[in-house]
Design a protein around this ligand. Structure first.
Ligand SMILES: [Zn+2]
Length: 362
């Protein structure tokens, strides 16, 4: 399985003059993209039609090569915007490039090793920009860059902004694991992860979240608390992988399709427990760790998972009372979060996606 990862390296080693020049290029580039957006907006245009007369439309000193890059980006922006609002055409507006970033490939940029200076590791060489500009941006690699370098292959595409250059790597992780250990995970405030195996991880998450809440908005303390919380969430995601699952099932909103009313309500429910931002971050980290470790990652609809009895199937709000699950019909009793995690797993295994999975260890 191939996965794509990216990392950012700062442009802070560049001289003021270079930074200024980069700023000028980005401004001009954005202007040209917006000019193309204006031109393409009400036409049905394809990338294969980007011939010279079209590429020459904007009045600019950018090279033909970079103008073509800009034209392609304009088409991408338009189709992304149309795709996003295809069900609500009234909200569709013409996209605008903010002159903040430029997405280029090997036709414009090239990374060259730097063997002379000690302060940085490589030059990002930019050419064919136009106006006879060429530029070398000094780059220093960091731990994350080096890690990606070892695990994967760097691709020849770059996102350039005034403050950083983003590099993209493709990593081959091998085929997905064949084993059949499936675990369901419930996300909550008492334990960040309650596993259907009976384990609970991240029991200290509540403290971390409350610490962030207590700190004053915009204060240094708040940033520190938020960083610590993120780090803790990262750790818990790794701890989950250490239990050696082959497949992870979580509650998500992906499978709900167009039922946006239900989606909103459910989303409010789960997010309320740990906060919407934390919830997204947590699922993102868990999915990323799964990818790295060749673990399959699936989501099921979060509908009633916390109030369903796994024993007799009774769905009743009264089944859950805070941290305790107690079935009103058959008396089955359990930790409420662990109970939810088992429902999540069984929803996957019995649902349309899980038919082929035969777990040996629940
Ligand atoms: Zn029951």
């Amino acid at each position: 399985m191939k996965i794509i990862r990216s990392t950012k390296c700062s442009t802070k080693f560049a001289t003021e003059k270079k930074k200024q020049e980069l700023h000028t290029i980005l401004q001009e580039y954005g202007k040209v993209v917006n000019c193309f957006v204006d031109y393409f907006w009400d036409k049905d245009f394809k990338k294969t039609q980007l011939l010279k007369p079209i590429v020459d439309i904007p009045e600019t000193w950018l090279s033909a090569r970079l103008r073509k890059v800009a034209a392609r980006e304009a088409l991408d922006m338009i189709s992304a915007s149309k795709e996003r609002w295809k069900n609500q055409p009234k909200k569709l507006v013409k996209p605008t490039h903010k002159c903040k970033r430029m997405y280029v490939s090997c036709t414009i940029a090239d990374l060259k090793d730097n063997k002379k200076a000690k302060e940085f590791d490589a030059w990002l060489h930019l050419a064919s920009i136009g106006n006879k500009i060429t530029m070398d941006i000094p780059i220093r690699f960091h731990k994350h860059y080096n890690k990606l370098c070892i695990k994967g292959k760097r691709l020849n595409s770059y996102i350039i902004t005034e403050n950083y250059v983003q590099f993209v790597f493709e990593t081959e992780t091998g085929t997905k694991k064949e084993g059949k250990k499936c675990i369901g995970i419930d996300t909550g405030i008492n334990a960040l992860a309650s596993l259907s195996t009976g384990q609970q991880l991240g029991l200290d998450i509540k403290q971390g979240i409350e610490r962030v809440k207590r700190c004053k908005q915009g204060s240094k303390g708040k940033n520190r608390a938020r960083r610590a919380l993120k780090q803790r969430i990262d750790e818990v995601a790794k701890e989950v992988i250490k239990t050696n699952p082959d497949l992870i099932v979580v509650e998500g909103l992906k499978n709900l399709g167009k039922n946006s009313k239900l989606k909103r309500r459910l989303s409010k429910n789960i997010r309320r427990s740990i906060g919407s931002w934390n919830w997204k971050y947590w699922l993102g980290r868990l999915e990323m760790q799964s990818e790295w470790n060749r673990v399959s990652f699936r989501t099921v609809s979060p509908y009633n998972t916390s109030i369903t009895c796994p024993n007799c199937g009774l769905v009743d709000k009264k089944n859950r009372d805070g941290e305790v699950f107690h079935c009103q019909s058959c008396d089955h009793t359990d930790n409420a979060d662990l109970n939810a995690s088992r429902n999540i797993l069984s929803r996957f295994l019995t649902g349309p996606y899980g038919a082929s999975y035969k777990p040996i260890n629940i």
